[in-house]
Write a protein that binds this ligand. Structure first.
Ligand SMILES: [Zn+2]
Ligand SMILES: [Zn+2]
Length: 328
């Protein structure tokens, strides 16, 4: 098996590309440390290949397992949090995550969770045909192995600083991409470990999720403004490459969502439409089930934002929700 790409960003921070499925292709894990102790930020999704990849990475870098001191998770998604329990089983090290992110983890994968039934109901109510919603439970279950075993969490409290590699990192909790998402800021070196809150080239997915944040887009936009207020020389994202121009990127993303809101509103001005209808007209109709799930959640996040800001009205007809422009 090929050794994952390893990039030393400075003497204390190493970027490791851990493989994941198309279209993201890899998640960035960051090893942050000094001479004796290392923290891993977002170890990646669990599967046999990635377990082997980490064995090889630590060997290549000459880092003994005993030198690992903690895992820090930016958020609960499987491509970031997945391997944390596996590392903890082997080493006994703490896994740090925000309380909100941990409750999201349990809502998604905890014993007796109703996440997939809730999602099927929400998508169905928003016009997704049943032949598609019928496929969702098995699709969602397929992620369970990526996050097994779950870690025993230690909680990052809001505003609490985290020590990694002998440096103190401020934590900034924002929502929208994933509730309870934590970015980590090193004010001395002006570094921002931003997980999936801000990505270069790609617009992070904003999801309306049942039993979670009811206004994810508003939360996301607020988070972008907050993150954009930091002075950042280099941003270390969860996907793609480290980048400069962090504040400009937050502004671009704010503009992107405003454009998308307007595009959807334009569709609603023609006639009342369901979320699924809007999703099909805004996103390509040739999506995998995985992409369709994200596109649908993203569409609904925008539609509830239009409704909550008084630009659209939601009406229910025969148990299906339709959105219409508030101008009519
Ligand atoms: Zn994510
Ligand atoms: Zn991600």
């Amino acid at each position: 098996m090929q050794l994952p790409e390893i990039t030393k960003l400075d003497d204390h921070i190493i970027q490791v590309k851990i493989a994941m499925s198309y279209p993201l292709r890899w998640v960035n894990s960051y090893l942050i440390g000094g001479t004796t102790a290392w923290t891993i930020v977002d170890p990646g999704p669990r599967n046999p290949e990635n377990e082997l990849a980490w064995e090889q990475v630590l060997q290549e870098l000459d880092i003994p397992w005993s030198a690992l001191e903690s895992i820090v998770l930016t958020h609960h998604h499987p491509d970031h949090a997945g391997l944390s329990g596996w590392f903890q089983e082997r080493t006994g090290i703490p896994v740090w995550i925000s309380k909100v992110a941990w409750s999201e983890f349990l809502r998604s994968w905890g014993a007796g969770n109703t996440a997939s039934a809730d999602l099927v109901e929400m998508f169905g109510n928003n016009g997704m045909p049943q032949d598609i919603t019928d496929l969702l439970p098995a699709h969602l279950d397929s992620f369970l192995l990526q996050v097994t075993p779950p870690p025993v969490p230690s909680f990052i409290l809001p505003g609490q600083a985290v020590m990694m590699g002998g440096r103190s990192w401020q934590t900034i909790e924002t929502s929208g991409h994933a509730a309870g998402h934590v970015s980590l800021y090193d004010p001395q070196h002006k570094l921002m470990l931003c997980g999936d809150a801000v990505l270069p080239q790609i617009s992070p997915n904003i999801s309306l999720v049942p039993e979670s944040d009811p206004k994810p887009l508003a939360s996301y936009l607020e988070g972008l403004r907050q993150l954009g207020s930091y002075e950042v020389e280099q941003a270390l994202p969860g996907h793609r490459r480290p980048f400069g121009g962090f504040r400009e990127r937050t502004i671009k993303l704010l503009e992107h969502h405003e454009e998308r809101l307007n595009a959807m509103l334009g569709r609603l001005e023609e006639q009342p439409r369901t979320g699924y209808d809007i999703c099909m007209s805004i996103f390509s109709s040739k999506l995998t089930l995985h992409q369709l799930r994200f596109a649908m959640s993203e569409t609904l996040a925008h539609l509830v934002e239009l409704e909550q800001t008084g630009r659209a009205i939601a009406i229910e007809r025969d148990s299906i929700i339709y959105y219409e422009s508030a101008k009519h």
